[in-house]
Design a protein around this ligand. Structure first.
Ligand code: NAP
Length: 253
């Protein structure tokens, strides 16, 4: 008998920031499960589009800079034009700025909070409104971080955004669970992407991090695809407000 719990055939997922890294890994994972993908990016996600289409599902590219909330209405509108209401929203786009807390600038604070938290909230709100208006089920997956649980160092606005995101995930779940919307988050550990390039290039920090990961290696974009499929599918219908660590055991230490 075919297992349909994780089947996403005929569904549509909006994924922000899927031209590279974890967003690309999740786009490919969801597409493999049968899901059409709406990729929201600043630049054309050509490689992701090619790989997703090769899996036999559709890909719609929407150009948008989530440093502001201005493009949100258009993202929903274009998705509706091609697919009707989306079933899944993956809030993945995120940035990080590194500097000592004593020297941290207001610009680096605002830039990070705008993308990682403000646009994420208002895109989720627009998605949830569309689901509720059409009385359709929805799945929201927020990409959190180890710094949703820990303080980190030299990344004050990132820690604030990702710690805030854990709480916001719970709040949205509390308000929307009864309306058929699951809101959950994935907290990736230390993954080899552009986001961690500076850390991986610093021999001392890189060694410290690797020594603390029970799995003994950095994660890859493919490593979070399974958690994304779970949280996007009917397998997680009774999971609400949870932040799932995919971290090679980092938090267990
Ligand atoms: P990444 O390779 O830097 O990817 C970040 C993605 O976000 C890119 O597609 C980027 O697009 C997009 N993005 C950034 N600013 C944007 C904006 N203003 N508008 C639209 N898109 C924007 O890093 P990643 O590691 O895959 O990060 C993905 C998510 O995972 C982030 O939320 C990050 O905080 C989180 N995360 C990563 C790790 C890790 O170890 N790598 C750990 C925990 C959490 P551009 O190419 O245009 O910049």
């Amino acid at each position: 008998m075919k297992n349909t719990l994780f089947d996403l055939s005929g569904k549509t997922a909006i994924i922000t920031g899927c031209n590279t890294g974890l967003g690309q890994g999740m786009a490919l994972g969801l597409a493999e499960a049968g899901c059409n993908i709406v990729g929201v990016n600043r630049r054309p996600p050509e490689e992701t589009q090619r790989q997703v289409e090769a899996l036999g599902v559709q890909f719609l590219a929407i150009e948008a800079d989530l440093g502001s909330t201005a493009p949100i209405a258009e993202i929903l509108q274009k998705t509706e034009e091609q697919f009707g209401t989306a079933d899944i929203l993956v809030n993945n786009a995120g940035i990080i700025r590194r500097a000592d807390a004593l020297a941290f600038t207001e610009q680096d604070w605002d830039d990070v909070l705008d993308v990682n938290l403000k646009s994420l909230f208002f895109l989720s709100q627009a998605f949830a409104r569309a689901c509720i208006n059409k009385q359709r089920q929805g799945k929201i997956i927020n990409i959190a971080s180890m710094l949703s649980f820990q303080g980190g160092i030299r990344v004050p606005s990132y820690t604030a955004s990702k710690s805030g995101l854990l709480g916001l995930t719970r709040l949205m779940a509390n308000e929307w669970a009864s309306q058929g919307i699951n809101v959950n988050a994935i907290a990736p550990g230390y993954m080899a992407t552009n986001n961690t390039e500076a850390l991986r290039n610093d021999p001392e920090r890189s060694k410290e991090i690797l020594n603390r990961i029970p799995a003994g290696h950095w994660g890859t974009p493919e490593d979070i695809a399974g958690a994304a499929i779970f949280l996007a599918s009917s397998a997680s219908n009774y999971v609400h407000g949870h932040t799932l660590a995919v971290d090679g055991g980092w938090l267990a230490r």
